[in-house]
Design a protein around this ligand. Structure first.
Ligand code: 5GP
Ligand code: ZN
Length: 114
């Protein structure tokens, strides 16, 4: 989707601090970090939310988790610990409608509701 913010970051049409990429995924720093390490991991393919993913995407979804594993190690937060977040739709707090994982680390993560 040409108008999608994250698609345009992935293709470098818009600037982004890309920390990792491969044929299926791209990861870049969140512009408003909520933790010392805050990376967004996205599939290259435009999927608006998790709900558009189907059985054929099972490898892709697994791949995104393994990318998180790799980046957490690279960023030095693997041992101390980190959090992965996936927001879906309005009440889930999703603001950008291109499926993404938030990788958060570098400080103690407290569980927050609301
Ligand atoms: P969501 O609320 O959809 O789960 O998360 C969207 C995330 O995208 C937010 O954490 C927000 O800070 C981040 N974001 C919004 N616009 C941009 C942008 O232009 N560049 C980058 N790198 N991150 C963005
Ligand atoms: Zn997109």
């Amino acid at each position: 989707m040409e108008t999608c913010l994250f698609c345009r970051i992935a293709t470098r049409e818009l600037p982004g601090k890309i920390v990792y990429e491969d044929d299926q995924s791209v990861a870049f720093e969140d512009i408003h970090p909520k933790a010392p390490v805050h990376i967004l991991i996205i599939p290259r393919r435009h999927l608006p939310t998790l709900l558009e993913a189907g059985q054929a995407d099972d490898r892709l979804l697994g791949h995104l988790l393994l990318v998180a594993n790799q980046i957490a190690r690279q960023k030095g937060i693997a041992e101390r610990g980190f959090r992965l977040v996936l927001n879906c739709n309005d009440e889930g707090g999703q603001a950008v409608y291109h499926l993404h994982l938030h990788l958060l680390g570098g400080r103690v993560q407290r569980w927050q509701t609301g």
